[in-house]
Design a binder for this molecule. Structure first.
Ligand code: ADP
Length: 421
């Protein structure tokens, strides 16, 4: 084997090794370092550089340079219109200069590299999926030899692998930034909800208290007006409570109480509290007697909120003369709560979306019903906290049936989840 041939094989092996490992490289700095070191070795150059195109700002930035250049050039902005790298970036074509001193006259304009004292250059674009994301430059071929076709072939292959690895890094970084931004927005939203619901609740409590007092003392002519104020204020408090519930869920995370609860009694208390509002709408609200006491492990306040939201919806989306039936039944490993109405029903294509926050079937400007589109989202989150399930079956114009399945033993569901995940 001639020395030339064995050097070729060695470089090929080096290239293959690097290409195999580049995609797995997780940290940006070691990745950049590997690319420039490999580039110098493959082309027998004194050193190599990587320029990255910063899209938002429209300039080329030096992203990797050898240690002896780094101090003054670290993250330097490279003039695109006055550098060989800029020309490669612009045209997407490789450029080779064997002796920059000779080209000095011709390429007066592209003199950034000449100013750095570079003597010869092989520059290739870093192209990912047809988009040039930067430039890889090998500088000062050893013994002042000219760069040849082999060097170009090696650098081209390395650059395409490097471009993919770098783009992956950029995407990961962009995803991380978006995640941080989303978290920040989410925190701001939670703060806003927490502060505004707290600030609204206090004066509202005073209004409700005073109206109740006035209703006891007023003459009958004024009572009707006060009742309107009282019912509107109570409605406002319900809305604020819904917002508070959503906010509490983000603060709570997955934490809930794990008390032993009689679900039938709990549901009965919700139904009793909603019977009068249902009658006011001329709707019959009934509860089927459970065959036995039905126990689950859970948080009474949160289950109550979920069931109340279903019953309130059933009342709201039923017509006068309508009938709502609530039942609680034992299932293997679960207790099933069902709320059925013969109201307006929900179109098939809307049935999964209604569990999203702020989603309502009727468009905002034309809607006839009140609410913020939070009731079902809150109910779902409350049920999820219990490792349960909430589902809907509905036929438009005929009615809806919402079902909550609550596991009797949450720990068992957790354990099963781990086994099957
Ligand atoms: P809202 O508080 O606005 O009622 P929800 O999250 O409770 O919000 O419900 C979302 C949407 O689902 C409602 O706007 C309504 O269109 C639909 N919906 C919920 N329950 C029923 C039901 N029992 N019958 C018909 N539509 C319903």
């Amino acid at each position: 084997m001639t020395t030339q041939y064995s050097d070729y094989v060695r470089r090929l092996e080096h290239l293959l090794e690097v290409c195999k490992n580049l995609p797995a490289s997780l940290d940006l700095q070691p990745l950049l370092q590997t690319i420039i070191e490999t580039s110098s070795d493959l082309t027998n150059s004194e050193f190599s550089l990587i320029y990255i195109f910063v899209k938002e700002k429209g300039f080329l930035q030096l992203a990797a340079a050898p240690f002896f250049m780094r101090k003054d050039l670290e993250a330097a902005v490279v003039p695109s219109d006055r550098s060989i790298a800029g020309r490669v970036m612009e045209t997407g074509q490789s450029i080779v200069y064997h002796d920059l001193a000779i080209h000095d006259e011709i390429f007066k304009l592209l003199n950034w590299e000449i100013e750095q004292g570079f003597k010869s250059i092989l520059a290739v674009p870093l192209v990912h999926k047809g988009e040039t994301i930067g430039v890889l430059e090998a500088v000062n071929k050893a013994k002042q030899e000219p760069y040849n076709d082999e060097d170009l072939m090696f650098l081209d292959t390395l650059s395409s692998q490097a471009a993919t690895a770098l783009r992956n890094h950029q995407l990961i970084e962009e995803a991380e930034q978006s995640y941080i931004k989303a978290m920040e927005l989410d925190r701001m939203k939670s703060d806003f909800i927490a502060i505004s619901s707290h600030e609204l609740r206090t004066p509202l409590g005073i209004i409700i208290g005073h109206v109740a007092l006035m209703m006891e003392q007023c003459d009958p002519a004024q009572k009707k007006d006060l009742e309107v104020i009282s019912s509107s204020a109570n409605r406002l408090r319900d809305l604020i409570d819904q917002l508070g519930n959503i906010d509490q869920l983000s603060v709570l995370g997955g934490k809930i109480k794990r008390d032993r609860l009689d679900v039938a009694m709990l549901v009965q208390s919700v139904v009793d509290a909603q019977r009068q509002p249902a009658l006011d709408q001329k709707i019959l609200l009934l509860m089927k007697d459970p065959a036995q006491n039905l126990w689950v492990e859970g948080d009474a306040d949160r289950i109550r909120i979920a069931v109340r939201n279903l019953v309130q919806n059933a009342i709201q989306f039923s017509n006068p003369g309508g009938k709502i039936l609530v039942s609680v039944d034992q299932m293997p490993g679960y207790v099933k709560i069902a709320v059925s109405d013969n109201g307006i029903g929900i179109p098939k294509e809307e049935q999964q979306k209604i569990f999203d926050r702020f989603y309502q079937v009727e468009r905002h400007l034309t809607r006839h019903h009140r609410g913020m589109g939070l009731g079902l989202a809150v109910a779902k989150e409350m049920v999820d906290l219990h490792r349960g399930k909430i589902t809907v079956e509905s036929i438009e114009g005929k009615g809806s049936r919402f079902t909550i399945l609550l596991p009797i033993n949450m720990a068992q569901v957790d354990a099963a989840g781990k086994v099957f995940s």
